[in-house]
Design a protein around this ligand. Structure first.
Ligand code: BG6
Ligand code: MG
Length: 215
């Protein structure tokens, strides 16, 4: 097997927090009278909180000040964290839990590479606080995906070069970031058919057959 490490995106890969992002942004957009739906929500995958807000505000007739934008982002994050607070280890699917354990037993280094500033809180909620060898998140980067910074940080934290790692992503911006950083990518969910990815997963456990890792 050519890889020594796997870098996982978090929202939409390890857990279904992408749905909570959608619900919180949708509540804000509805309050402001801005059209927003699930298709438009896909543009926000992998993108930072403020960049996501700017994409939503593109459909607004009004111009907002920086202070108003900061307040909107805070309002969304408060709603989002309320939803996250209801999560528990039961929100980690058996497919993901089992796959992570097999990958760990196979000796691979496992890391998180997420744009989210809520990464640590989410990992705590789903019982994975101490599972990963490294966590690179929205708090340690200056450029969000599609910039490769978060994946390069994660690879550095596990002392591997990009060509020794594979990135697992559900966002087109994340696939672009992985490729830009020199990583192979396994795409899942919304980005599953992205042609820039080397592997196309229907579920996380497909990694085990694609990478020829035996249980
Ligand atoms: C990414 C999500 O993981 O994190 C994006 O895919 C989100 O949708 C981004 O905007 C930032 O998240 P947070 O939790 O810092 O607002
Ligand atoms: Mg994602």
């Amino acid at each position: 097997m050519q890889y020594k490490g796997i870098i996982f995106d978090l929202d939409g890969v390890i857990c279904s927090t992408d749905e909570y992002h959608y619900l919180a942004w949708k509540a804000l957009a509805d309050r402001l009278g801005i059209p927003f739906d699930r298709e438009r929500n896909n543009l926000l995958r992998g993108v930072s909180r403020m960049a996501s807000l700017e994409i939503i505000l593109e459909k607004s007739d009004k111009a907002y000040s920086d202070a108003e934008k900061a307040a909107f982002a805070e309002e969304k994050n408060t709603m989002y964290r309320e939803l996250l607070g209801r999560m528990s280890p039961a929100d980690l699917s058996d497919d993901i839990r089992d796959t992570l354990n097999v990958l760990r037993e196979a000796g691979l280094k496992l890391a998180i590479g997420s744009s989210s500033k809520n990464t640590r809180f989410i990992l705590e909620r789903i019982g994975l606080s101490n599972f990963f060898d490294a966590v690179a998140d929205g708090n340690c980067i200056t450029h969000s995906k599609p910039h490769p910074e978060v994946f390069l940080k994660a690879a550095g934290m596990i002392s591997l070069a990009p060509d020794q790692c594979i990135v697992v992503e559900d966002a087109h911006a994340g696939v672009e970031a992985a490729v830009a950083g020199g990583f192979d990518c396994a795409a899942i969910g919304d980005a599953k058919d992205d042609e820039r990815a080397r592997y196309h997963l229907s579920r996380i456990s497909d990694l085990l057959s694609d990478l020829q890792i035996k249980d």
